[in-house]
Design a protein around this ligand. Structure first.
Ligand code: DGY
Length: 321
């Protein structure tokens, strides 16, 4: 019997590789960097399964060459890099990695919020470059969480875990905005409000929603104008939910106090991007789920999704839309 063939778009961990290679023939892009598009297009014909990352755009062009593909398993919870209608049309199954990265991403969101509001990177740079002359009463100050209103946009698994972690900082209230009311909100002590209410009332606006046609560009000039001048804006979802030029203007003009971004457009952000020139903007290179254990588990789940789909069994995390 011939073994199914799997294409892996990046160097992955031994554990996931071992799982797959026990029953499948593996071809992979060996680098730590994303597979070049031409390599992906060259390698996809004849493969039964694709193990991919959020950096790989799986669109019509790729799918037209994927003559045998039965399953696409992405090592991410986000799936905006997959052209879903084209995949569905071909009845290819989709696996993803929800849940296991929730804690890691919520943790990073809180870390980024605090790094931004308490100016950790700026302060560290001052200490290293001689800017620290003496203790100074009003130097390196930023807004605190105690007594603050936190507004979370997108109240799924990650948004809820962010809320739980922020409550013990003695926040005054947690507001959230999402399409539907969440039953978990009552226990967490979060209140559903309209987007406008959230933007105008929050001291911290935290974005945890998925990128969809509805959320694309939702943080635009109008949204930043509605926020408090003292507001801290934090985004760990996807860069495209933000109109980045509008964000730059809001940060430059003092329309908002600061921003912490783990995601942006494009990624990586070019070194000459105006965001890098702003002291009130903390920029991280999309490391939301970058906990050692989490990333290992994500790779294993991605592999198990493939194995089950190829066996015709129930995938541990199938994306059903
Ligand atoms: C995801 O999985 O979609 C995150 O953005 C990366 O960890």
């Amino acid at each position: 019997m011939t073994r199914p063939s799997v294409y892996i778009t990046r160097k992955i961990n031994e554990e996931a590789l071992k799982l797959l290679s026990a029953t499948c023939d593996i071809t992979s892009w060996p680098g730590p960097d994303p597979v070049p598009r031409s390599e992906l297009l060259k390698n996809i014909p004849g493969k039964d399964a694709l193990f991919c990352m959020l950096t790989d755009k799986i669109d019509k062009e790729v799918l037209e060459k994927a003559d045998k593909l039965k399953v696409i398993s992405t090592m991410s919870v986000g799936y905006d890099h997959l052209e879903i209608p084209e995949i569905k049309k071909r009845q290819i199954k989709i696996g993803y990695t929800p849940d296991i990265l929730t804690d890691a991403t919520a943790e990073l969101t809180v870390a980024l919020l605090l790094a931004t509001s308490r100016r950790l990177l700026e302060a560290n740079a001052e200490a290293r470059t001689g800017g620290w002359k003496a203790w100074a009463p009003f130097w390196m100050c930023g807004p605190g969480l105690g007594g603050a209103t936190v507004g979370i946009v997108g109240f799924g698994r990650i948004g809820q875990e962010v809320a739980k972690r922020l409550k013990p900082f003695n926040t005054r209230q947690i507001l959230y905005h999402s399409r539907s009311a969440k039953k978990e909100a009552e226990e967490i002590g979060a209140r559903k409000v309209t987007l406008d209410e959230l933007l105008t009332q929050s001291d911290f606006v935290v974005v945890c929603c998925a990128l969809t046609p509805e959320t694309k560009g939702m943080f635009n000039e109008g949204a930043f104008k509605k926020m408090k001048k003292s507001a801290v804006f934090v985004n760990t979802s996807r860069g495209a939910v933000v109109d980045q030029d509008a964000l730059v203007r809001a940060l430059q003009s003092g329309e908002i106090w600061g921003a912490g971004l783990d995601v942006m457009t494009p990624e990586p952000l070019p070194l000459d991007d105006p965001l890098f020139g702003l002291k009130n903007c903390v920029i991280l290179p999309h490391i939301g789920s970058a906990c050692i254990e989490t990333r290992n588990q994500m790779a294993v789940l991605t592999a198990n999704n493939i194995l089950e789909a190829l066996r015709g069994g129930k995938m541990p995390a199938e994306l059903i839309l």
